[in-house]
Design a protein around this ligand. Structure first.
Ligand SMILES: *Cc1c(COP(=O)(O)O)cnc(C)c1O
Length: 285
């Protein structure tokens, strides 16, 4: 696996270091690439089918679809029913995943929970189930590779930052890079929900700091201040995703002072659909 470079970025008179995990591939990038490390290393003839489930525009879905296309594996993906709007406007991560050959199956709302819980019985030697958000038990392996890579690159920083969905990335980075402070923030739900999710992975490391915003933000909703940060970052030279990155950047600028290495976890392809929504809201100048 090739190492990703570290770039610098100036924002509000501060210099940040950026670990460019967004640069692996346009579709298969960031922490999803890391989490799929074990599967990416698996020879194509060892498996036939990958099964997963989750949101219809998720970055994990797109990354898995890109991997399956590269490997020649069948990819079956379960979601709740598409909305009328999504049926009529197939774009972004979803449309691209279909182009990669993803077979999409909609499960009724009332049945969804039990259905995804029952998927594990489908797993056999030729098929593999990836839980929501790319949460493979094997994810830890790729995140260890990332931690080792950061250590050998020896970045001149005091802290590392990465936004949390499931919290898997922040948790394992904190565990394997105990000499650094790891900053994160919940993108879905609040701090107690994130701690609960992380608790399922083990004891939450002491060097992990969860930053919190006073204002409550809903995941995947457009906010004017998020667009402003996105644009400011873009003007400084690097495009970040619009789902996870803006809130953490906002809190890093407001609540921290150290020299920080930010892990760019990709997700930029999904910006096309988010930017459409920002435009409809009138947030794009
Ligand atoms: C998936 C994703 C995250 C969240 O990662 P977790 O390991 O689930 O916490 C953060 N940023 C981007 C861009 C992502 O695609």
């Amino acid at each position: 696996m090739q190492k990703t470079p570290i770039s610098t970025l100036c924002l509000d008179d501060r210099e940040f270091l950026i670990k460019r995990d967004d640069l692996f591939d346009e579709y298969l990038s960031g922490n999803k690439y890391r989490k799929l490390h074990k599967l990416l290393q698996t020879p194509a003839d060892k498996l036939d089918t990958i099964i997963s489930y989750g949101g219809t525009q998720s970055n994990a879905m797109l990354s898995i679809a890109a991997m399956c296309q590269q490997k020649g594996w069948k990819f079956i993906y379960y979601t709740k029913p598409l909305s009328q709007h999504q049926k009529q406007n197939q774009d972004g991560n979803y449309a691209q995943a279909l182009r990669f050959g993803m077979q999409h199956k909609e499960i009724e709302h009332e049945l969804y929970r039990d259905y995804v819980a029952s998927l594990r019985v489908l797993q056999d030697e030729r098929s593999f189930i990836i839980h929501q958000g790319g949460a493979v038990d094997e994810a830890v392996e790729g995140l260890e590779v990332l931690a080792d890579e950061i250590r050998t690159q020896n970045p001149q920083c005091d802290a590392i930052a990465t936004p949390s969905g499931t919290g898997t990335t922040a948790f394992f980075l904190a565990k394997h890079l105990s000499e650094f402070t790891i900053y994160t923030t919940p993108s879905v739900g609040d701090k107690s929900y994130l701690l609960e999710q992380m608790g399922a992975l083990g004891k939450v490391p002491d060097n992990l700091i969860i930053l919190e915003s006073e204002k409550k933000y809903h995941f995947a909703k457009p906010y004017r201040e998020f667009y402003e940060i996105y644009e400011k970052l873009l003007k400084s030279g690097i495009e970040f995703d619009l789902l996870y990155a803006p809130l953490l950047w906002k809190l890093l600028l407001e609540q921290t002072q150290e020299r920080i290495l930010y892990i760019h976890s990709g997700g930029v392809f999904g910006n096309t659909t988010m930017l459409e929504r920002y435009k409809r809201k009138g947030f794009v100048r």
